[in-house]
Ligand binder design. Structure first.
Ligand code: CDM
Ligand code: ATP
Length: 306
C-alpha cells in the first residue's frame, strides 16, 4: 500500500491499567505465563503526537513523568509500533516525529510503554490514512506486548492467554482509586522470574467468580474483598517495603490495597470520591505528594484528541 498523508499531525491519549485480578499459571515453553486477568483502565494517561516532517528517519522525544528512563531510539515501544505498522502496510517512515508526554510511571506495573505502543498504532494509522480493521490492529498490538491490546480497548475486560485475548466486562459505576507510585521502577521480566522461583507450578487460573459478581452488583466492599494479584508475592519479595505502603493505605481508610500488575505501583480502592480525597490527603502527609495520585476507572482505551 502507498502512503498518503492526510493530516500532518495526530494526537492521542492512552490510559494506564491496573489488574483487578491477576491469576498466573506456570511458565510455558515460550517463556510466557498463561494468565486469567481482569484489566481496568484508569484515568492516568500518556499523550502521544505523531507528525510528518521533512527530516530523515523516525525521531522520538519524551517528556513528563520518568522521561529520563525512556529510550529515544528504536527500543522505544512507540517507535517499534510505528515501524511494525509501516512494515505491514509498506509505508515509508522517513520524517515521522513522535512526541510522548508521560503521565504513567515508567516500569510502574501500569502498562505505560504498552500505552505508548497502542497510541502509536492508532495515531500512525490515522496519520498514514491506513484502512486497518479492529482485528488487524489488535493482532499487531499483541505482537508488540502482552498489555498492548488492552491499552487499545480500555474499559474493564477479562484477559486470557498471555493477556492478549480480551472480552469486555459489563459493569456498573465508577470506582475511586488512590495510586502510590514507587520510588523507582520494577522490571516485569524480573518479577515473573521471581514468581517462577517462588511458585514453580504456577497458581490456579480460575475465573474470579466473586470478582465478576462484585463488578455488577453489591457494595464496593465486595469488590475490595475479591481483588487478587498472584505477582504480589514475587514483587514484595523483591521490594519488601511495598508491604508497608500497602498496609498504610488501608490504615488511612482505603477498603483494600492491591499491587498494580508487576508493581511497584500500589492501588487503593476507596469507598467513594470523598474517601479517596481523604486517603490521598493522608498518604501525602507521609509520602512525597507527587507519588500519590487519585484516579477513577473504568475509562476508555486509546482515543484521538482534537
Ligand atoms: C504483568 C502484566 O502487566 C499484567 O497485565 C503483564 O503480564 C505484563 O505485560 P507486558 O509488560 O506487556 O509484557 P511483555 O512486554 O509481553 O513481556 C515482558 C516480560 O514479561 C514476562 N511475561 C509477560 C506476560 C506473560 N503473560 N507472561 C510473562 O512471563 C516475560 O518474561 C516477558 O519477557
Ligand atoms: N514508550 C515507552 N514508555 C515507557 N517505557 C518504555 C517505552 N519504550 C520502552 N520502554 C522501556 O520499557 C520498560 C518497561 O516500561 P513500562 O513503563 O511499560 O513498564 P510497566 O508499566 O511496568 O509495564 P507492564 O505494566 O506492561 O508490565 C522500561 O525499561 C522502559 O525503558
Amino acid at each position: 500500500m502507498v502512503s498518503q498523508v492526510v493530516s500532518n499531525r495526530v494526537s492521542v491519549r492512552v490510559p494506564a491499567k491496573i489488574n483487578l485480578a491477576l491469576a498466573v499459571g506456570p511458565r510455558a515453553d515460550d517463556g510466557y505465563h498463561p494468565l486469567t486477568t481482569v484489566f481496568e483502565a484508569v484515568s492516568l494517561f500518556d499523550e502521544l503526537q505523531v507528525e510528518a516532517t521533512d527530516a530523515a528517519g523516525i525521531s522520538v522525544k519524551v517528556t513528563g513523568l520518568g522521561a529520563e528512563h525512556v529510550p529515544t531510539d528504536p527500543r522505544n515501544l512507540a517507535v517499534q509500533a510505528a515501524q511494525l505498522l509501516a512494515d505491514t502496510f509498506e509505508i515509508d517512515t522517513d520524517g515521522l516525529a513522535i512526541t510522548i508526554r508521560k503521565g504513567i510511571p515508567v516500569s510502574g506495573g501500569m502498562a505505560g510503554g504498552s500505552a505508548d505502543a497502542a497510541g502509536a498504532l492508532l495515531a500512525c494509522s490515522v496519520l498514514w490514512d491506513i484502512d486497518i480493521d479492529a482485528d488487524e490492529i489488535r493482532a499487531l498490538a499483541a505482537e508488540l506486548g502482552s498489555d498492548v491490546p488492552f491499552a487499545l480497548l480500555g474499559g474493564t475486560a477479562i484477559g486470557t492467554g498471555r493477556g492478549t485475548e480480551l472480552v469486555p466486562v459489563l459493569n456498573r459505576g465508577r470506582r475511586h482509586w488512590v495510586l502510590v507510585f514507587g520510588e523507582s521502577g520494577l522490571s516485569t521480566a524480573e518479577v515473573y522470574r521471581r514468581f517462577d522461583e517462588l511458585r514453580p507450578d504456577g497458581c490456579e487460573l480460575e475465573v474470579p467468580d466473586d470478582l465478576m459478581a462484585a463488578l455488577t452488583a453489591g457494595p464496593v466492599t465486595k469488590l475490595a474483598d475479591s481483588l487478587r494479584n498472584d505477582l504480589a508475592e514475587a514483587a514484595l519479595d523483591l521490594r519488601p517495603e511495598l508491604a508497608d505502603t500497602l498496609a498504610e493505605g488501608v490504615d488511612v481508610g482505603a477498603l483494600a490495597g492491591l499491587l498494580s500488575g508487576s508493581g511497584p505501583t500500589c492501588a487503593f480502592l476507596c469507598a467513594d470520591e470523598s474517601a479517596a480525597i481523604d486517603v490521598s490527603g493522608r498518604l501525602s502527609r507521609s509520602l512525597p505528594p507527587d507519588r500519590v495520585r487519585r484516579v477513577t476507572g473504568p475509562v476508555p482505551g486509546a482515543r484521538l484528541l482534537g
